[in-house]
Design a binder for this molecule. Structure first.
Ligand SMILES: NC(=O)c1ccc[n+]([C@@H]2O[C@H](COP(=O)([O-])OP(=O)(O)OC[C@H]3O[C@@H](n4cnc5c(N)ncnc54)[C@H](OP(=O)(O)O)[C@@H]3O)[C@@H](O)[C@H]2O)c1
Length: 276
């Protein structure tokens, strides 16, 4: 899976959350952990590492997870900057896509136990922390085939891609999908899943490196969305039938062009996640 390098990732690396191992904290009888807190909305500099955050306690339908990796999605940065429609109460700890190991469960939780490897689709107390709690209905078993970093890339990217392709886009095997912006988190997931379901997959990227990545992750053909004639190339590749489903990452720029590429009955997915 794809690991992004953006200012938020770099900031967390600098904060080096791994310095204090959680088991050390617990063995020492401490009930605090390290976590990143946001006290005011703004740029990456508002992410503040705190060493004295109380360990969260799971409620009856909640799971306490020792965080091994936490994904960072664009939405995390929109929320942190204060530009997102839904704002959390301050202070808060960001992070919804966590992978880790169950440390404890609430009294009504029967599906997980201490020691299980899991990933989440959301957290209650925030994922940029040594421990987090999640509602049990947003926790899933993590396959042994995936490491924790891969597990932390599933939540928003893969669930969004699946939801956009099939639950909203009604994509079917043998149809043609254009993943418009295929080199990022959601795009790579969409290419992999669409190829696995037997669709003809076209993807776009803005660099040669991105084009390679898109082709390695399931696209039959890849196009550079920074080149002037790329839409003509897509049109030619799609032939007279056109594109059945467009998964669009930058609708404010591309929507009008997408409509020109569609087949009769074609669909464009611009708002894709069930929880956004
Ligand atoms: N509403 C929802 O439900 C929902 C859920 C998840 C994500 N999203 C949104 O979907 C978008 C993608 O998320 P992500 O996690 O995949 O982000 P990401 O990893 O940052 O990827 C961004 C993608 O956009 C591409 N892009 C840049 N310029 C483009 C252009 N002119 N035309 C088409 N694509 C272009 C990038 O390609 P290059 O870097 O190769 O140029 C890259 O593939 C974000 O805006 C995110 O907020 C929405």
């Amino acid at each position: 899976m794809h690991q992004r390098r953006d200012p938020e990732v770099m900031r967390l690396k600098i904060l080096n959350l791994k310095l204090l191992q959680p088991e050390v904290a617990m063995a020492a009888g401490r009930h605090v952990m390290r976590a990143v807190k946001v006290f005011e909305f703004g740029g990456p500099e508002v992410l503040k590492l705190q060493a004295d955050i109380p360990l969260p306690v799971p409620g009856e339908n909640q799971v306490l997870i020792k965080v091994h990796a936490c994904g960072i999605n664009p939405v995390e940065t929109y929320i942190r900057s204060g530009t997102y429609a839904k704002k959390p109460a301050l202070p808060y700890t960001p992070g919804s896509d966590v992978a880790g190991v169950v440390q404890g469960v609430g009294e009504h939780v029967t599906t997980f136990k201490k020691g299980d490897r899991v990933f989440t689709l959301g957290t209650i107390s925030g994922g940029y922390a040594e421990y987090t709690i999640s509602s049990v209905d947003t926790v899933f078993s993590l396959s042994d085939k995936l490491d924790f970093k891969q597990g932390a890339a599933i939540g928003i990217p893969y669930f969004t891609a699946y939801y956009a392709l099939f639950q909203k886009g009604s994509a079917k095997a043998a149809e043609t999908v254009l993943v418009h912006g295929a080199s990022g988190g959601v795009g790579i997931a969409a290419c992999q899943i669409a190829r696995a379901y037997g669709l003809k997959v076209f993807g776009t990227a803005g660099t040669e490196e991105g084009i390679k990545l898109v082709l390695q992750n399931g696209a039959h053909e890849a196009f550079n969305h920074k080149k002037k004639d790329y839409l003509t190339q897509i049109k030619e590749a799609a032939g007279a039938h056109g594109i059945d489903v467009v998964i669009e990452m930058l609708a404010n720029v591309n929507l009008a062009h997408d409509l020109q590429l569609l087949s009769s009955g074609g669909r464009v997915m611009v708002r894709m996640h069930p929880h956004e």
